[in-house]
Design a protein around this ligand. Structure first.
Ligand SMILES: [Zn+2]
Length: 506
């Protein structure tokens, strides 16, 4: 680093000199909130993405075609379906799934990850019947006779998430590690040089441990640890969970952080029916206010960094109340993250800034989901903003961009473009006054998520003493026309000075 003369002066006879002929070099991108361990198994799952699929019939057809190739009895997962994007505007029933997956337990994960649709074999395998009560934090949807319809909301989907994921992993651990490695390679190709997995269970932690031990991890992975299942209640009174969170780190596999979900995906239940009749807040909760407070303070006292999921403004208030207690009572060094803030009041930004809370936002989801979030916000809720990034930055909040993949694309170029252009799939503008500049978008993919991941001193910027995580881009994101930001290509990805990806010229 430095002037051309000083850099050339430092080069020895064996130094490789690379002339980039005017191309742009930026720090490696960091995706602080991604569900890599879920996305890794996509190649062996049924791709039910809507779009390109536009009807339930088409979705059922691809499931049937896939399941015909799978040995009977083996779990099959489907991914990326959402009812709002199909003509029928509804979820499949267990009986429809029985028809297309007659010999396998089948679990279709909603694109939000907050719901899932199971066939009868899958329900049988995890023991969900007409007599199963709704679990903490979730609902088993039932027909008029009380029989499960196959739709499972939030924590009711936990057992199916786990049973299907564990079956993929236990079937062949070497293959599971290979799929993880392959997905990480896909990430390198879009310029990611570090990722945070936003929900790590005991089983997915085992996958990361195995991948790290086998030397299959090309970049840093931060684990945000959860409980036993995807939406389980977190319990820091359990030594096995605390031990997992505090497990000694390796250079590439990091821990020390905990994730909890405060509110559920709307509209479960619909926003007008929740929060003790309150009509100005959105989002129903997993935990009570006191429980969140207690968990956050307890974690911070143990030296655990926090990432708390709060989508609606009601949950955001609960999270900020808890964080205020953390700042007052314990470790001032704790990284305090708020994940999402999809539907927030702009005034909440000031409080976040005062408490030193990192916002990890996903404005990229506005592209595929903007209209859906607008509907979830409800009518006459003008005090609520969708994906409010601009107003948070203006309030002084440090904001990181993250994908939440597979809930949306993992491409930083596409997400940066959405944050700048604020356009939806339908081509409609979505609260354009919340747009950021390309320079802000670049910071929000580099130095800001480095800080939010507790690694601000080692990556996120090109500086002497930091890790050489560098990208060569085919254009300058700060000066190219907005429309071209989305198509920005990564030509080379370096992690710790090692060339890990090079784009083959087409
Ligand atoms: Zn997430």
């Amino acid at each position: 680093m430095g002037t051309e003369a000083s850099v050339r002066g430092a080069a020895g006879p064996d130094t490789e000199v690379l002339d980039l002929s005017g191309k742009t070099v930026v720090p490696g991108f960091i995706d602080a909130h991604n569900h890599l361990s879920v996305a890794a198994f996509a190649p062996d799952s049924v791709d039910c993405s809507t779009p390109p699929l536009t009807s339930l019939d088409e979705v059922l057809e691809v499931i049937e075609r896939h399941c015909r190739t799978v040995p009977p009895g083996q779990w099959v997962r489907g991914m990326n379906f959402h009812a709002s994007h199909v003509r029928e505007q509804r979820n499949p029933t267990r009986y429809e799934l029985d028809e297309v997956a007659p010999h396998n337990p089948f679990f279709l994960i909603d694109a939000s990850c907050h719901a899932g649709f199971a066939n009868s074999a899958a329900l049988d395998q995890v023991g969900i019947s007409a007599h199963t009560p709704d679990p903490w934090g979730g609902e088993i949807e039932r027909d008029t006779r009380g029989a499960p319809t196959g739709t499972l909301l939030e924590a009711a989907a936990n057992l199916l998430h786990s049973a299907s994921w564990n079956d993929y992993a236990d079937r062949d651990w070497d293959r599971a590690v290979e799929m993880l490695r392959s997905k990480m390679h896909d990430y390198l190709a879009v310029g990611l040089t570090a990722v945070g997995d936003a929900m790590v269970t005991a089983k997915s932690a085992e996958l990361y441990r195995r991948a790290d031990a086998a030397g299959k991890m090309p970049f840093t992975l931060q684990q945000l640890h959860g409980g036993d299942h995807f939406f389980s209640m977190q319990d820091l009174g359990r030594s096995d969970i605390v031990d997992r969170i505090m497990e000694p780190e390796s250079f590439l596999l990091r821990g020390g952080a905990m994730k909890i979900f405060v509110d559920r995906a709307y509209p479960s239940p619909a926003i007008d029916q929740i929060h003790d009749g309150c009509k100005t807040h959105v989002g129903a909760n997993f935990y009570s206010k006191d429980e969140v407070h207690h968990l956050a303070v307890q974690a911070s006292k143990l030296g655990i960094n926090l990432a708390i999921h709060g989508m609606g403004n009601c949950a955001i208030d609960i999270v900020l109340d808890a964080y205020e207690a953390v700042r007052r009572q314990s470790n001032a060094e704790t990284v305090l993250r708020l994940e999402h803030a999809f539907i927030a009041e702009t005034g909440q930004g000031q409080r976040m800034a005062d408490l030193g809370v990192d916002l990890v936002a996903n404005p990229g989801l506005a592209y595929g989901w903007g209209e859906v979030f607008d509907m979830w916000r409800g009518e006459k809720q003008n005090h609520l903003k969708l994906f409010p990034v601009r107003s948070m930055i203006d309030a002084g909040v440090r904001v990181s961009l993250a994908s939440d993949h597979p809930c949306g694309t993992y491409s930083p170029a596409e997400i940066m473009w959405t944050a700048v252009a604020r356009e939806t799939l339908a081509g409609a503008p979505l609260e354009p006054d919340e747009a950021v500049t390309p320079e802000e978008a670049l910071r929000m993919y580099t130095i800001d998520p480095a800080q939010a991941s507790g690694r601000g001193s080692e990556e996120g910027s090109i500086e002497v003493g930091k890790r050489a995580n560098l990208l060569v881009l085919d254009r300058d994101p700060l000066t190219c026309p907005t429309g071209q930001l989305r198509d920005m290509q990564v030509l080379r990805t370096y992690v710790d000075g090692v060339l890990r990806y090079e784009r083959t010229p087409s």
